[in-house]
Write a protein that binds this ligand. Structure first.
Ligand code: PMP
Length: 405
């Protein structure tokens, strides 16, 4: 008797593991600075709190339809029209327990064993594991010029007879890069020509800075939504800082949504009605919360960029969106896992190794926390990595002694 080979080969989520390690250290009273975290610190928007509370006080919390409560789907349809200039029907929308589950269900629904999915490095940590979990094969395309912007020729070269889909995320976790409109257009047109699914993980699409905007892929599609090979995934986690509500959704052709609904019916039945009500409250509520979150994060990004300038050997692409940047720390250590461990152990700073995103030598740093987290975190990293700095400092009550790696 043993555990499935496939299941036991699936890697632990490095980001969730780091969150847990940081939580345990904090509980022990350690002064940890968390630059690994992927959630903003804002309070839940009041509209979300009130509509969840109404559901609870009515005391009528039952199953919802598998594909989502009709009133939430209505709010999602309006959101899609406003932000993508695309009119979807209720049959084009399915609500799941977080964008993560939406993505998993899309992959489960699309792939036959050994089908390939093209991922663009740097990619979000969960993509390769999700593809493997449904017996698919992840094929990673890494930009040859060292940027975070893959080229169409590189993607086209990786596509073969087994390719089923291209999965990408812009603005991108972990690099913060927003793919240009011309690239999205080329991707949409290429996928339509080659009959490939294009799965766009748009979870950060409104968290874009400097007056720029993420483009709507539907602008470049010649097919109507039901014949479309486009799948757009979104959710409330990042946009409204509602990570704990676990509500995401996918917009796609109705046949795909229909099969995804059957898959979800046999697994989770539906997302929690209370939390769906919360998502509906956020989508229908005051949208100034999104703008104020975006401005706060943009300011944090600027502070992070300023702080990172003090490392003479670190190169970083200025993020166009998201909460993350992906500086190149290979001048200090080419092994990002080792470097990240060193920083946690010696300076109590949580970072995520670039290796997990297909970019060895880099570290993913989050600026979703406070300005103090950013300045203090980077100052500690500077201390830990500077052989000429004093060998001992106090972090909280703890004396830290640097050993060079
Ligand atoms: N996609 C990307 C790129 C993400 O960064 C995340 C969250 N870290 C998700 C999907 C999952 O979002 P959710 O909380 O809605 O499951």
């Amino acid at each position: 008797m043993g555990i499935s080979q496939l299941a036991s080969s699936i890697a632990e989520s490095p980001t969730l593991k780091l969150n847990e390690e940081a939580r345990i250290l904090r509980e022990k009273g350690e002064a940890v600075v968390h630059l690994g975290i992927g959630e903003p610190r804002n309070k839940t928007p009041i509209g979300a709190v009130l509509s969840s509370a109404v559901k609870l006080t009515q005391g009528d919390v039952k199953y919802s339809p598998t594909d989502g409560n009709p009133s939430l789907k209505k709010a999602i349809i309006r959101y899609t029209e406003e932000n993508y200039d695309k009119l979807a029907a209720p049959e084009n929308v399915i609500v799941s327990s977080g964008a993560k589950q939406s993505l998993f269900n899309v992959l489960y629904t699309l792939l036959n064993p050994q089908d390939e999915v093209i991922l663009l490095a740097p990619y979000w940590v969960s993509y390769p594991e999700m593809v493997r979990m449904v017996y698919g094969v992840p094929v990673v395309v890494t930009p040859e010029d060292g940027t975070f912007q893959p080229r169409m020729q590189e993607i086209e070269r990786a596509v073969g007879p087994a390719t089923k889909a291209i999965l990408c995320n812009s603005p991108n976790n972990p690099s913060g890069v927003l793919y240009p409109e011309s690239f999205i257009q080329a991707l949409v047109e290429f996928c339509e020509r080659r009959n490939l699914y294009l799965i766009l993980d748009d979870i950060y699409h409104k968290l874009v800075f400097d007056g720029r905007h993420a483009t709507s892929p539907y602008r470049f599609s010649r097919r109507d939504l039901d014949a479309s090979n486009l799948v757009v995934v979104n959710g409330v986690s990042k946009l409204y800082g509602m990570t704990g509500f676990r509500i995401g959704w996918a917009v796609a052709g109705r046949r795909l949504v229909e099969v995804m609904t059957n898959v979800q019916a046999q697994t989770t039945s539906c997302s929690s009605l209370v939390l769906q009500a919360g998502a509906e409250g956020a989508l229908n509520g005051l949208q100034s919360t999104v703008e104020s979150l975006r401005l706060t994060i943009q300011n944090n990004r600027d502070v992070m960029m300023q702080e990172l300038k003090s490392f003479p050997d670190v190169r970083v692409a200025k993020p166009d969106g998201t909460f993350y940047c992906l500086p190149d720390f290979s001048a200090y250590n080419r092994d990002s896992v080792e470097l990240s461990r060193f920083l946690l152990k010696k300076a109590l700073v949580v970072t995520v190794p670039g290796k997990e995103f297909g970019m060895e030598g880099h570290l993913r740093l989050s600026y979703a926390g406070t300005i103090k987290d950013i300045t203090e975190g980077v100052a500690r990293m500077r201390w830990a990595l500077d052989p000429t700095a004093p060998p001992e400092i106090y972090l909280g009550d703890r004396k830290c002694v640097r050993e060079w790696i």
